[in-house]
Design a binder for this molecule. Structure first.
Ligand code: NAD
Ligand code: MG
Length: 385
């Protein structure tokens, strides 16, 4: 049986690695749809290689260019809703878009009752209650692509939900591990983008440098596995070999170990409930020598605590924090604010969060819009200060 796959965000770090997985098991998968924002040349190359039925482009201005480059049998759809419109075209939809823009894809996939291979954590974090309703009502399922949650998903197979004592998420610590607050005042965009163990898109790489990525992942774990925040912990593990752990009621801890290669969790989500046949590198135990673990530095990296705070507050707080973070990271990447101000901006933004019930997707979009507007003002104020 061939599994049809829609790869949305196909030109990014996760998207291109997903196509590598498909290349590795060509009899198992067929690419039914591809989608990206505006990288027309790469998207057209991918369309010529994988021959999907449909290719979606977010940026409508470049649709003509794309049409001229793809095979004549390939349909091109373009515009704001284009990627979402193809989400029903496959057995498995990989949501590898970055940021809040991924929310409609997550919802459409779950509502259509398909399997969602979820890399786009922002949609689950911001849309929490609305995504859960679509998940329960539409008959779709989420299989996480984030390496930590993929590890938890694997470990959780060893026991029942009521037997879970603790989830322990590992964090590489990012490029600034071991540095103090004062030491971090002068770091540059290039410093923040130089991740020690993973090569990823710019937004998540900056999130890894502030530990906001781990904070978002704590909320993601809570949403995916319905475990209370008091029972979700973070430990820094610089080698990125232990991808996360589950402690059970009898004190037994199960961990998932593998070399740091995102293709493994991507392949896991595509092949679920089976396992991928591609060997993504074996650990050489004798050479591995050691695995280190240490507590995260909450003073130097306050974003982790802010995420716990927003997660525990629940309701619209995670959506508020997520939107504020996207604005702050964009401002940092554009050179408008220093790295050390990202957490300050988020603290100020969270202080003004007023709590709105998230009854429907419109409410989520409105919270996201208001948080962006406020955070943009906070950034302006700090730029002129
Ligand atoms: P990236 O920046 O490399 O790629 C993003 C992709 O999304 C591109 O194909 C781009 O064209 C598309 N895109 C961007 N904005 C869009 C929009 N508004 N509408 C439609 N498409 C849009 O990002 P990435 O590193 O591949 O990350 C993708 C997602 O996966 C993020 O949510 C990230 O947190 C998550 N993730 C990534 C990694 C990793 O190793 N890169 C690991 C874990 C989780
Ligand atoms: Mg991760």
């Amino acid at each position: 049986m061939t599994t049809t796959v829609a790869v949305l965000g196909s030109t990014g770090s996760i998207g291109t690695q997903a196509l590598d997985v498909v290349r590795g098991e060509p009899d198992r998968y067929r690419v039914a749809a591809l989608g990206a924002w505006s990288s027309v040349e790469l998207l057209a190359d991918q369309a010529r290689e994988f021959r999907p039925e449909v290719v979606a482009l977010g940026d409508p201005a470049r649709a003509g260019e794309l049409r001229a480059l793809v095979p004549s049998a390939t349909e091109v759809v373009a515009g704001q809703d284009a990627l979402t419109s193809v989400a029903g075209h496959a057995d498995v939809v990989l949501n590898a878009v970055v940021g809040f823009a991924g929310l409609p894809i997550t919802l459409a996939t779950l509502e259509a009752g398909h399997r969602l291979a979820l890399a786009n954590k922002e949609s689950l974090i911001a849309g929490g209650p609305v995504v859960q309703r679509a998940r329960a009502g539409g008959g779709g399922e989420i299989v996480p692509v984030d390496s930590e949650h993929c590890a938890l998903h694997q470990c959780l197979r060893a026991g029942g939900d009521h037997e879970v004592a603790r989830l322990v998420l590992t964090a590489s610590g990012g490029p600034f591990r071991g540095r103090s607050g004062a030491d971090l005042a002068e770091v540059t965009v290039d410093d923040a983008l130089a991740h020690p163990t993973w090569s990823m898109g710019p937004k998540i790489t900056v999130d890894s440098s502030t530990l906001m990525n781990k904070g978002l992942e704590v909320i993601e774990a809570h949403e995916l596995f319905a475990v209370a925040y008091d029972r979700i912990e973070v430990v820094v593990h610089p080698q990125s070999v232990v991808h996360s752990m589950v402690e059970f009621s009898d004190g037994a801890t199960l961990a998932q170990l593998s070399l740091p290669d995102m293709r493994l969790p991507i392949a896991y989500a595509l092949a679920w409930p089976e396992r991928s046949g591609i060997p993504f590198g074996a650990i050489d135990w004798a050479r591995l020598a050691r695995l280190d673990f240490e507590a995260p530095d909450a003073d130097a990296f306050p974003c982790l605590g802010l995420a716990y705070e927003a997660g525990r507050a629940g309701g619209s707080a995670p959506a508020w924090l997520n939107a504020a973070n996207e604005v702050a990271v964009d401002a940092f990447l554009a050179g408008r604010i220093p790295w050390s101000l990202i957490a300050e901006v988020l603290k100020s933004a969270l202080a003004e969060h007023d709590g709105t019930p998230l009854d429907d997707v419109e409410a989520v979009i409105e919270v996201d819009r208001r948080a962006r507007e406020l955070t943009t003002k906070i950034v302006e104020r700090s730029v002129t200060a």
